[in-house]
Design a protein around this ligand. Structure first.
Ligand code: 3H9
Length: 685
């Protein structure tokens, strides 16, 4: 008997195959063997009239085993298992709980029927791994939901809730929550009683017919989504595979062959390797070598947020969203009212878009306790301070909190640069102090840096990491240093950007080079958006940004910064800014070096980021290279299909990075030099 399968025949001749391969029933070799064995047993057993395929543990099959990609295939491969199921002369019912994703959902599509509990989700998320659903998903899904819905579902990659899936035709019936097995067996008995001929998804061609007469549909779809698909390889291949389903119908095999070709193009691509690496990297962040499962986490039932400005308000929303009451504290009634109004406005706008009901808006708003003064925070389990970024101010707040907050409360600072140990030293309980660095907008950005001070207790770190996950963030652990992980590495990019425009390349060329690399916008567009007064705040040294501010060119809000803006905020190169840059270059005595290629600009701005990442590892600030990549991707929208700075550095080749840094006059870190000399890498094992 297979290790992962159990096989029972229930009354009425219903053979139940239960597969249980923790943690998520990924379709690795063990799982495939368990399914194949079940079908072999029940297929040849006359006592079995219909088959139910169900999973144990927390979920239905979570897809192909991602760790098997790029390795030699072991028989039976997924396609072979699927063929056995689809060719079954006995009706097969897939019984879905948890998530049926990727190959898992595709496997359910070779069953004759799909039944799911209301809490289940189904979907084809392969696009997030730089792949396409290569086990028939691009051929079968359009046959049941239609071509346009299939395009959105597969290129979007988002899981779909059971009720919506039923509406779309992705599943056939809903089971009662907690009664999946019984309901699936009852469903199978009904099918037998009805005695209808078995219908395979592959033979249903009617939903493809509309698209056959509309050959422009696929090109139009790619054009319409060009911005969202930019830089990714998988969406185009997905669209072409669905197109093949239409073009080749009713010849299912021909369409499938095309799907396989398009899948094989993607699998070895750097983009897909990077996205698969990222999948595991995101999960790896939770693992802290000296903090095991034995370290208890503390219950956080109430939160206090100090500061109701943009940051504080955004932070508060994270907790309101999961039903945790927040005491929102400000120094004046006016600031408090303003902050609460902004939170309400955000929720109302989500409600307008249909993402929340009005009741949910009111429930969340009702969880806010407005407060003036720190005394209101005496009983909360966690305080997050989001006040002005200045050490004196922070220390003062923490010293006061120390006198006010109950023992056992976690005291967190949302500082983005400052020394958490120094802040902690302002209290008599540094082991309770931690950094919780949110990225703006704090209710949207998924990165949360958890900053572990020298004295922060393990329980506090474990609690902060678990809490981060609970509010939907990806917590990345950092030790204390100026700027922590994401801001520290990206500050190198900013410094090089500011320097290179003195040497010839214009802000627009630099922005374009980085846009083409895959960033949503370049550093100068970003500065103009945020406001040059905000960017340069606290800096006393003369700079281009400072000179622009003196001319009241604060960025988009003043219709001019590095760029000029028209009334629709459309940017054009600015002769005034060009003059400011030229004057500043002269002041600094920097010579114009003439034109530089986009590739040179990318190297100049991003090799130093790789170098700084290496330093973070050397200094023990970041636990692992993949944490740095996650921080850059989630905190700064570094394009995920490059894998982040460290994975990208490995792709370029570390010797080349070292050479490039030296040519720029930048000292490579020791770790980088060692790895380059040894021919090893940061991320490739
Ligand atoms: C595919 O199917 C291709 C086919 O179309 C074509 C083939 C020809 N493989 O996320 P969690 C691990 S592509 C291997 O923390 P949750 C994960 O690394 C696949 N391992 O749990 C983690 O390990 P560890 C398409 C996997 O409850 C552990 O399981 N499918 C896989 O928060 C727990 O994971 C997908 O893209 C896998 N497929 O969420 C779905 N999945 O404990 C990917 C998970 O060592 N999976 N692991 O850190 C998910 O989205 C989530 O894991 C899921 C559960 C929602 C299922």
């Amino acid at each position: 008997m297979s290790e992962a399968g159990s096989y029972v025949i229930e009354e009425g001749g219903i053979g139940v195959i239960t597969v249980d391969n923790p943690p998520v029933n990924a379709l690795g070799i063990k799982t495939r063997l368990a399914i194949a064995e079940g079908f072999e047993r029940f297929g040849g057993d006359d006592a079995v009239k219909a088959i139910v395929l169900i999973c144990g543990g927390r979920t239905f099959f979570a897809g192909a085993d991602i760790s098997e990609f790029g390795r030699p295939p072991q028989s039976p491969v997924l396609h072979e298992v699927m063929r056995i199921i689809e060719d079954s002369s006995k009706p097969v019912v897939a019984a879905i709980h948890g998530t049926a994703l990727g190959g898992g959902y595709e496997l359910s599509l070779v069953c004759h029927y799909r039944i799911a509990v209301p809490s289940a989700m189904v979907g084809l998320p392969e696009v997030n791994l730089g792949l396409l659903p290569g086990a028939g998903g691009t051929q079968r899904l359009p046959r049941i939901v239609g071509v346009e819905a299939a395009l959105d579902i597969i290129t979007g990659g988002k899981p779909i809730k059971a009720k919506q899936a039923l509406h779309l035709g992705m599943i056939d019936a809903l089971a009662e929550e907690g009664k999946l097995r019984e309901d699936a067996i009852a469903f199978a008995r009904r099918i037998l009683a009805e005695g209808k001929p078995l219908l395979r998804v592959r033979d249903r061609n009617e939903k493809l017919e509309g698209a056959k007469g509309n050959p422009g549909l696929f090109d139009d779809y790619l054009k319409k989504n060009a911005r969202a698909f930019r830089g990714f390889k998988a969406p185009t291949n997905i669209v072409r595979a669905i197109q093949a389903a239409v073009d080749t119908a009713p010849d299912f095999e021909a369409g499938s062959r095309r799907e396989t070709e398009l899948f094989r193009e993607l699998e070895p691509s750097t983009e897909s390797q990077a996205q698969r690496y990222y999948f595991f990297a995101e999960r790896e962040t939770a693992k802290i070598p000296d903090i095991g499962k034995d370290v208890p986490t503390l219950p956080i039932q109430t939160v206090g947020v100090i500061g109701a400005g943009t940051m504080g308000g955004g932070i508060a929303m994270n907790f309101l969203n999961i039903g945790v009451p927040v005491t929102l504290m400000e120094m004046s009634q006016e600031a408090l009212d303003r902050g609460i109004a902004v939170i309400r406005r955000n929720y109302e706008s989500a409600a307008k878009k249909g993402r929340l009901t009005q009741d949910q808006v009111e429930q969340r708003m009702a969880l806010i306790t407005p407060a003036i003064g720190l005394e209101a925070l005496s009983q909360v389990d966690l305080v997050i301070e989001a006040v002005f970024e200045e050490m004196g101010v922070k220390k003062d707040v923490f010293a006061k909190l120390d006198g006010i907050c109950k023992q056992g409360a976690i005291l967190a600072s949302n500082t983005s640069f400052l020394d958490v140990d120094e802040i902690a030293a302002a209290t008599s309980r540094p082991e309770w102090v931690v950094g919780l660095h949110f990225f703006s907008p704090a209710n949207v950005m998924r990165l949360l840096e958890v900053v572990r001070g020298d004295k922060t207790s393990k329980e506090v770190v474990a609690t902060a990491m678990a809490l981060g996950k609970k509010i939907g963030k990806v917590p990345v652990l950092s030790r204390v240093c100026f700027g922590f992980i994401a801001n520290r590495i990206m500050a190198k990019r900013s410094a090089e950007a500011s320097a290179i425009i003195l040497e010839g390349p214009s802000p627009q060329q630099v922005d374009k080079a980085l846009y083409d690399y895959g960033f949503a916008m370049g550093p100068f567009q970003m500065n103009d958006l945020v406001g040059l007064d905000v960017i340069g705040r606290g800096s006393t040294e003369r700079s281009v940004a400072g000179d622009l501010v003196k001319l009241d060119r604060l960025g988009q809000k003043k219709n001019g910064g590095y760029y000029d803006y028209d009334e629709n905020r459309k940017a054009t190169p600015s002769p005034v800014a060009a003059q400011v840059i030229a004057d500043f270059a002269q002041f600094k005595g920097v010579e114009n070096k003439g034109p530089q290629s986009d590739a040179d600009i990318v190297a100049r701005l991003l090799y130093p980021v790789v170098n700084e990442g290496a330093k973070l590892l050397e200094e023990g600030i970041a636990l692992r290279a993949s944490d740095i990549d996650v921080a850059a991707i989630l905190g700064y929208n570094w394009p995920v299909y490059t894998g982040g700075p460290m994975f990208w550095g490995d792709t370029i080749g570390l010797p080349k990075i070292v050479e490039g840094l030296k040519a720029l006059g930048i000292e490579p870190s020791n770790l980088l030099l060692e790895k380059a000399a040894a021919g090893t890498s940061f991320t490739r094992g």
